[in-house]
Design a protein around this ligand. Structure first.
Ligand code: PLP
Length: 437
């Protein structure tokens, strides 16, 4: 029987605690986490045995191994295993070495990172690109680098943690607008401008939201930025490279290539490596970020190996092969969404590599998460506070390299798992499934 404690509560409960000793506070979180772990409902911090393949072995953080179809990795075009990408990493080690050994503000760039900056700027039809060690560093850094304490940030309420954290670090003047609601954004801007005609304002959003797979009217937001003398910043982590005929994602699909003030992204979803970037239309912005964006200025540059991988991935993204991979990815996405719906389950948002399956109730979600590994499905449970209370979901991340059979198994296991969890809850018992080791 799964304990009530393991099925209730959330990480939010342990964010602010009063104990004087900072380390003692961790014990209270660990106690709750371990209760969930003991009852098999802690599906986080797992490790693939041999990398993120479409079917692979995954070990949970108690050491239990399962084998199954993998819909929990971010490798949308499957480029992690692409022979040319792997070969580029080997060649970079042989030709340049393994480490950048410096910040981009000092001598951390390499000839190859300068080539990558140009190639990416060209792809985005922007003038300049600054590379960052991770996407998180780029999201945090572009905000903290440009926004000062007397300025304002007007941000979509569901913006990613790196953007929220960057905003909190930059100014106390952070206002959220309702998700995707440009009219609400306009109201926020109007209020700020009535009070403060001179302050800088950054509008922050994403081109594809990673929990809901939905997209703002980017052209509308840029028009608002122009009208109110604000700057628009769009995070393209989840659609750049993998969505749209040419891979330029929703910015391209909305005819906004080269027209958004600032574009920030991550290489970790489609470009087979850690790393991030900020693209701008002015050399002055690039130079300012390099010296005032702390996660760029005071952090070592991408390694030559990462640069080579990203550069090779970008070449593939821009090639006919990239277009074919995007077609395969979209075929898989549409097929998975259809099969999930045919089996009576709901999915969020619009077709993208993220297929979020609705569960709702956290207890149901946690019990389903306990069962899925026994069936052979690796998927990510998302629950409060990453999404609202009662809006738990399984975020299935699709790859171009998933086979039709793997897609079918994912839909089938999702249904079986959720039905079994529902039956368990109805009986008022803990799940009877044993995890195969
Ligand atoms: C929207 C968004 N922005 C930024 C990031 C951070 O990227 P990275 O994982 O490369 O640090 C992520 C990844 O989790 C993301 O989903």
């Amino acid at each position: 029987m799964t304990s009530e404690k393991a099925l209730t509560g959330s990480m939010r409960d342990f964010r602010v605690m009063e104990d004087t000793n900072l380390l003692d506070r961790c014990e209270r979180f660990f106690d709750w986490q371990d209760e969930r772990r003991r009852h098999g409902v802690w599906p986080f911090s797992r490790a693939t045995e041999t990398g993120p393949a479409s079917t692979c072995g995954v070990r949970d953080d108690s050491g239990v191994l399962m084998e199954g179809v993998n819909f929990a990795s971010q490798d949308y075009l499957g480029l992690c295993a692409h022979p040319a990408v792997r070969a580029s990493a080997h060649a970079a080690i042989d030709e340049i070495g393994v480490h950048s050994a410096g910040s981009p503000a000092l001598v951390g760039n390499t000839a190859s990172s300068l080539v990558l900056e140009r190639a990416l700027a060209d792809f985005l039809r922007m003038d300049e690109v600054v590379l960052y060690p991770t996407g998180w560093a780029a999201g945090f850094g572009v905000i903290k680098g440009l926004v000062r304490s007397h300025d304002y940030i007007v941000m979509d309420a569901l913006a990613h943690a790196c953007l929220q954290t960057g905003a909190q670090a930059a100014t106390r003047n952070v206002v959220l607008f309702r998700h995707l609601d440009n009219e609400h954004c306009r109201e926020r801007l109007r209020t700020i401008r009535a009070r403060d005609p001179k302050a800088g304002i950054m509008i922050v959003t994403e081109s594809l939201f990673s929990m809901d797979s939905d997209t703002p009217d980017i052209a509308g937001l840029q028009a608002l930025a122009n009208e109110f003398g604000a700057t628009l910043m769009v995070d393209v982590a989840h659609d750049l490279g993998c969505l749209g005929a040419d891979g330029t994602g929703h910015i391209g699909l909305q005819g906004m290539l080269g027209k958004v003030d600032l574009v920030m992204g991550s290489f970790s979803k489609t470009f087979a490596s850690n790393g991030g970037f900020v693209a701008s239309r002015k050399r002055a912005v690039k130079e300012y970020l390099r010296f005032y964006s702390p996660s760029c200025t005071f952090s070592n540059a991408l390694s030559p190996v990462q640069v080579a991988i990203i550069g090779q991935a970008l070449s593939i993204v821009r090639s006919a092969q990239g277009a074919a991979l995007r077609d395969r990815l979209m075929d898989n996405v549409l097929s998975l969404r259809r099969q999930i719906e045919e089996r009576g389950m709901g999915v969020y948002g619009d077709p993208s590599a993220i297929v979020s399956v609705k569960t709702g109730d956290e207890k149901l979600a946690r019990l389903t998460a306990k069962i899925l590994p026994t069936l052979g499905l690796v998927s990510n449970l998302v629950e409060f506070p990453a999404v609202g209370k009662g809006l738990a979901r399984f975020r299935l991340q699709v790859m171009a390299t998933h086979s039709a059979a793997e897609v079918a198994l994912a839909a089938q296991h999702m249904e079986t798992g959720m039905q079994a969890a529902r039956a368990t809850l109805a009986r008022g018992e803990g799940p009877r499934f044993a995890i195969a080791s």
